[in-house]
Design a protein. Structure first.
Lengths: 296, 331
């Protein structure tokens, strides 16, 4: 085919269009490009289908009673419980995550950066069920019993690498000129870290924390092993007792073949997904704002 | 507001006081030292936690390991009341579901990465990128619930009979069951979970491929696909491998969604449409109420295997990603 195209005589009156081999190459290119577009559309379609299913089924369960009353009519204790477990986890994880990020960006030498970075990556990649099993072995096994705060510990282990990485990314954006200006003025390092670098990175730290909260709120494996005995017929605020929560309730309801339970689970899923998406979008907005501010 | 650079006056004041007072100097030395120590301490704490995780899980597995040794991995039977434990069924289940997720999800995700980084106009990219990432934000328990109630019935009424009738001669595509729960369903759910991970990593990779290389290829007459195949994919090969390893780590370790849709079971078989189990899902289902001490130890054994595989895939991803980043244009 190609040979024929080469030997064809040039006809200046013909319009300039690709023929032969070139036409084939264009066609291949076009096919591959449309496949890529189709893949992206398919992914978004899956997202839409899942969210549509959650919304259309979940909306039937939602009522004022549903979100303000304990079981059997509502799920308020589970909502409060998840908020409490995740809140305590955030209090534990945020300082540690930020400090590790500070270590990586301000203090570590070339020799310690790599291992700590790798440590964070490995912790980030650990399956949450393993972390749950670990906390179970350490704090629950041998008759010590479940408790909300133990679930918080597991969630904190999941959150630390997320917060550290997010914080590190913003710390990298703090202009070098600001550090150098502080150094030139003879400001001690710790003062410049606390009064210049950290304040400049606040927006990013909040973003990273919100994102990790969104992730932790939906984590089921840790709460399933560490705080699953309370079903939500009463409020439980004591973190040293089993705290009812959202993910475990959804999981338990999905394991029972009970249509009313399914409706309740859809309702819970809708609330959970709404919270997570709001956190995700909010943090994205905050991140863009703080990045713009730093870039100025 | 608070994030604006602090006014020079405060720093100046600090600087002056620094120079003048020896007490301040001592305080600064102390402050520097302690902040450095606290930061390093946090890093050490994380290392200690990781070490403790490995220690606790391996210690828990000790009784099972001393009883079964490595034959646990190849032994078939999983019968808690009889104190007989073998991981072959769930290990096979893990391998099949993860392989399915990577084989289906990998190409799709890389295509999405190509689309987002190279083909889509900026406005489309800014719309699609967050949407793809949103897919990753859906909690696994909700995805599993959806897979059980919505996806399962669809699979069992349409797709599974079709695959069975067309490819039934391959043992993978055995007789469909009635519920729609099973290994096939779990593999699809895992596919949905790995796609956003691989897609967002590869998108960043492809965006980092230098513009000049692509323009050069285009100037030599390459079509868009030839630029991608000849320039973009080869320079990012290591990064794509790393991304797939990250996805694999996620797929191997997902417990909740899989345990919801896989139907539960520990037999070793390769029919996609039957019930099954993965290491992580069996831990999630049976760990809260073990039948006997050996049962618990065997579950720890599975957790230890999972820990080793998960860490290995992450370290490997890190190594592959870093090892070749200088050669290509990955970062």
């Amino acid at each position: 085919m190609r040979r024929r195209a080469v030997h064809q005589e040039f006809d200046p009156t013909q319009p300039l269009v690709a023929t032969g081999n070139l036409r084939r190459r264009h066609a291949v290119s076009r096919v591959v490009q449309s496949l890529a577009v189709a893949a992206a559309i398919a992914a978004v379609a899956v997202l839409v289908i899942v969210i549509w299913a959650v919304v259309s089924h979940g909306i039937k369960a939602i009522s004022w009673e549903f979100i303000t009353r304990p079981a059997p009519k509502g799920v308020a204790p589970n909502l409060v419980g998840t908020a409490e477990i995740v809140g305590i986890a955030t209090l534990m994880a945020m300082p540690i995550g930020v400090l590790i990020a500070l270590f990586l960006s301000e203090y570590s030498g070339p020799r310690s950066t790599r291992p700590v970075q790798l440590l964070m990556d490995v912790m980030n990649g650990l399956p949450s069920i393993i972390i749950a099993v670990f906390v179970f072995a350490l704090l629950v096994a041998n008759g010590k019993g479940q408790a909300g705060i133990k679930a918080s510990v597991a969630l904190a282990i999941i959150m630390v690498p997320l917060i550290a990485r997010g914080t590190q990314e913003v710390l990298r954006l703090v202009p070098a000129a600001q550090r150098e200006a502080a150094d030139a003025l003879g400001v001690a390092r710790w003062r410049s870290v606390l009064t210049i670098i950290l304040p400049a990175a606040t927006g990013g730290i909040v973003t990273a924390t919100l994102l990790s909260v969104a992730r932790a709120a939906g984590e089921t494996a840790p709460v399933l092993l560490l705080s699953s005995l309370a079903t939500g017929d009463a409020f439980q605020l004591n973190p040293f007792k089993e705290i009812p929560n959202v993910p475990v309730r959804i999981f338990q309801l999905s394991e029972e073949a009970n249509p009313e339970g399914f409706t309740e689970a859809w309702g819970l899923s809708l609330i959970l997904i709404a919270i997570i998406l709001v956190l995700g979008l909010g943090s994205r907005y905050l991140l863009n704002r703080s990045k713009r501010k730093l870039a100025r | 507001m608070s994030a604006t650079p602090p006014a020079g006056t405060a720093s100046l004041k600090l600087a002056r006081s620094n120079r003048q007072s020896p007490a301040r100097k001592r305080a600064d030395r102390f402050g520097d030292m302690s902040l450095r120590l606290i930061c390093a301490g946090a890093a050490v704490l994380a290392a200690v936690v990781l070490f403790l995780i490995a220690k606790e899980v391996i210690e828990g597995a000790q009784p099972a390991f001393s009883k079964f040794g490595f034959s646990f991995i190849t032994h078939q039977e999983w019968a808690p009341p009889l104190e007989k434990f073998g991981g072959r069924g769930v290990i096979l289940g893990t391998l099949i579901t993860s392989a399915m997720a990577l084989c289906i999800g990998g190409p799709i995700a890389i295509s999405i990465g190509i689309f987002l980084a190279l083909l889509a106009p900026t406005s489309v990219r800014n719309l699609f990128s967050p949407l793809v990432e949103m897919l990753a934000a859906i909690p696994s328990v909700i995805l599993g619930f959806w897979g059980l109630l919505i996806l399962g019935p669809v699979l069992v009424s349409t797709i599974e009979p079709f695959l069975h009738n067309t490819f039934g001669f391959i043992p993978l595509f055995g007789t469909p069951q009635t519920t729609g729960a099973g290994i096939f369903n779990a593999g699809l759910i895992l596919t949905i979970m790995v796609i956003p991970i691989i897609a967002s990593v590869t998108r960043d990779l492809f965006m980092a491929v230098p513009r000049e290389l692509q323009d050069g290829a285009a100037a030599l007459g390459s079509t868009r696909w030839e630029v991608i195949r000849g320039v973009v994919l080869p320079t990012t090969l290591s990064g794509m491998t790393a991304a797939c390893l990250l996805g694999l780590g996620r797929a191997l370790g997902e417990a909740i969604a899989v345990s919801q849709v896989i139907g539960g079971g520990t037999e070793s078989h390769i029919s996609l449409f039957k019930n099954g189990g993965t290491m992580a899902s069996i831990i999630a289902l049976q760990f809260p109420s073990p039948v006997n001490a050996l049962h618990e130890a065997s579950l720890y054994y599975l957790a230890a295997l999972l820990l080793v595989i998960g860490m290995a895939s992450n370290v490997l991803a890190n190594y592959v990603g870093a090892r070749f980043s200088g050669v290509g244009a990955t970062r």
